[in-house]
Design a protein around this ligand. Structure first.
Ligand SMILES: Nc1ncnc2c1ncn2[C@@H]1O[C@H](COP(=O)(O)OP(=O)(O)O)[C@@H](O)[C@H]1O
Ligand SMILES: [Mg+2]
Length: 230
């Protein structure tokens, strides 16, 4: 579904992405792992168009999207849950969700399945986003991304700093979205147990390139600790 071909990116003279090649199959839950600072977030920002790619190609369902704006990519079916969540602290939970629908023809209200996945968002609909716990904010960020009715959902370290019971809920939600809604999911994640529980493909990034990848069996067998830990 998503093909990344020889992608390069720089911050000033620092060469961050050094020829990333990666394919994400339709309907998969594909994880990207790697130590802090190797370029995972930069890659996600290039995928979403938040940063332009210096060189290389990104293809979604056969369409070259490398030069599209973030809004055009959302219309093409992509949604993004950034690292650190970036919800709107001074808008209510309900308003945060509506912001997620602003870039597309908005659904009428909040789809029921979003409240089934994350019941806390209904209970707290009128609370300010900034008053929620970290785990609740992460659920809100995922729900906000779902409001654009994506086919491809990109999440950057959604378990970072989140308590274990909420991590389990997020894992269940991602599996349900993949299996029942047919979403393709790209998950940047350093929490290996979580990855092993839900992912069916993995890739490891090191110094701006993918250096290892494989399927679910390879993921269970591989010794990834050294490639992943901070
Ligand atoms: N806005 C920026 N300006 C300059 N350097 C940056 C910026 N953002 C990230 N970097 C650097 O680029 C490298 C990759 O960062 P990042 O993509 O955030 O890595 P990861 O998500 O894998 O931790 C790091 O060395 C980081 O310090
Ligand atoms: Mg990052």
């Amino acid at each position: 579904m998503l093909e990344i071909d020889n992608l390069h990116q720089y911050y000033g003279s620092s060469h961050i992405l050094r020829g990333v090649n990666w394919s994400v199959p339709q309907g998969s839950l594909s994880t990207l792992m790697g130590r802090n600072g190797v370029g995972k977030t930069t890659l996600m920002q290039c995928l979403m168009g938040v940063q332009p790619a210096a060189q290389g190609r990104i293809v979604l369902d056969g369409q070259d999207i490398t030069r599209l704006s973030p809004a055009e990519r959302v219309r093409a079916g992509m949604a993004y849950v950034p690292q650190g969540r970036e919800i709107f602290p001074r808008l209510s939970v309900h308003e945060n969700l509506l912001m997620g629908a602003a870039s597309r023809r908005a659904p009428k209200g909040i789809p029921d399945y979003i409240h089934s996945l994350f019941p806390v968002l209904r209970d707290m609909a009128q609370r300010m986003g900034g008053d929620l716990s970290g785990g609740q904010q992460q659920q809100l960020a995922i729900a906000r991304a779902l409001m654009s009715q994506p086919r491809l959902l990109i999440l950057d370290e959604p378990t970072e700093g989140i308590q274990p019971n909420v991590i389990d809920q997020i894992g269940d939600a991602l599996q349900w979205l993949q299996r029942e809604q047919g979403l393709t999911i790209v998950l940047v994640e350093q929490y290996l147990d979580f990855v092993r529980r839900i992912a069916d493909r993995y890739a490891v990034m090191r110094r701006g390139a993918i250096v290892a990848q494989g399927d679910r069996e390879a993921l269970a067998a591989a010794d990834l600790t050294a490639l992943v830990s901070v």
